[in-house]
Design a protein around this ligand. Structure first.
Ligand SMILES: [Zn+2]
Length: 301
């Protein structure tokens, strides 16, 4: 009995402290100042010997607006640690450490994903990485890294929910700009771009909610409390996306770039992309109903 009692106390403390940490992280995020990414100028080309990096570099030519600065800056001193012995435990697959400029890897399939992180990261005491900064925006960054890995390197199957969110955001920002912001680690400019649709505070909240989803979605100790936060965060993310997309279409219509019918048809098509999140493996939640979507579209239009 005594043992069970102690175990219960440990579990409760774990949940409560994780919950407090999460809320604290979320609240802090909203006051984060996002810095401009330093301009490191033109970096000299580096001769690449590693076969796999060479293959990766060849495919970079397909990315119209790829910026080679961070790629050359990091590839010069990049270390690759292959931990083959760990692979049988299937726990650790790969990561990129921007501070040490090291790719740790057990599964070679993840190599293009990690090389994308390397090509979009810069560290000078602050960690600028793709669409994240000092780990704020990690969820969005992982989703978009995976999207680019699939688009240009035909591999990857991680972060399915974040992938979908990043893809829906790209529909608003545009592929060209999103890719540019990513490869220049320019979260600052992404936020500036989104300010035509919403306040700084709301944009920060949107990015913060994706971080919350990322920290909860693979939480094996699922609980009602965590699931409720996950569901609420997904709903908020989708409502921001729907709002921004609707405003964008409304402006296109007002400027006579699209007809009224086209405007409605685009918005409803887009709202179905949000709907579909419920069908994804990791989220069994219907986060938005048709009724809410219809009501919100009327409100934003
Ligand atoms: Zn990653």
């Amino acid at each position: 009995m005594f043992f069970i009692g102690r175990a219960l106390i440990v579990i409760c403390t774990f949940y409560i402290s994780s919950y407090i940490k999460l809320i604290r992280k979320y609240n802090n995020n909203n006051f984060n100042t996002i810095k401009k990414t330093p301009n490191i100028g033109k970096i000299e080309k580096v001769v690449i010997k590693d076969k796999k990096i060479k293959e990766f570099k060849k495919k970079l030519l397909n990315i119209k607006y790829f910026n080679y600065s961070f790629f050359y800056h990091n590839v010069r001193t990049l270390k690759i640690d292959r931990h083959e012995s760990l692979s049988k435990y299937k726990v650790f697959i790969a990561n990129y450490d921007p501070i040490k400029n090291v790719i740790n890897i057990t599964d070679e399939k993840s190599f293009p994903h990690e090389l994308n992180h390397m090509s979009s990261s810069y560290y000078d005491g602050d960690d600028y990485s793709g669409l994240s900064q000092n780990s704020f925006g990690t969820g969005l960054n992982e989703g978009y890294t995976e999207l680019l890995t699939e688009r240009y390197f035909k591999s990857g199957e991680s972060y399915p929910v974040e992938f979908k969110i990043a893809s829906n955001l790209e529909q608003i920002v545009g592929r060209e700009k999103m890719e540019q912001y990513y490869y220049t680690a320019n979260l600052f400019e992404l936020i500036e771009e989104l300010k035509q649709y919403d306040t700084h505070e709301n944009i920060m909240k949107f990015i913060g909610y994706i971080d919350i989803v990322t920290s909860l979605i693979d939480n094996y100790f699922k609980s009602r409390m965590f699931n409720a936060i996950l569901k609420k965060s997904m709903k908020k993310i989708n409502l921001y996306l729907l709002k921004w997309y609707t405003i964008k279409q409304k402006r296109l219509m007002e400027n006579k770039n699209i007809s009224l019918e086209q405007c409605y048809s685009n918005i409803y098509k887009y709202s179905k992309r949000l709907y579909n999140l419920k069908n994804m493996e990791s989220t069994k939640y219907k986060v938005l109903t048709k009724k809410i979507i219809d009501k919100k579209i009327k409100e934003y239009l």
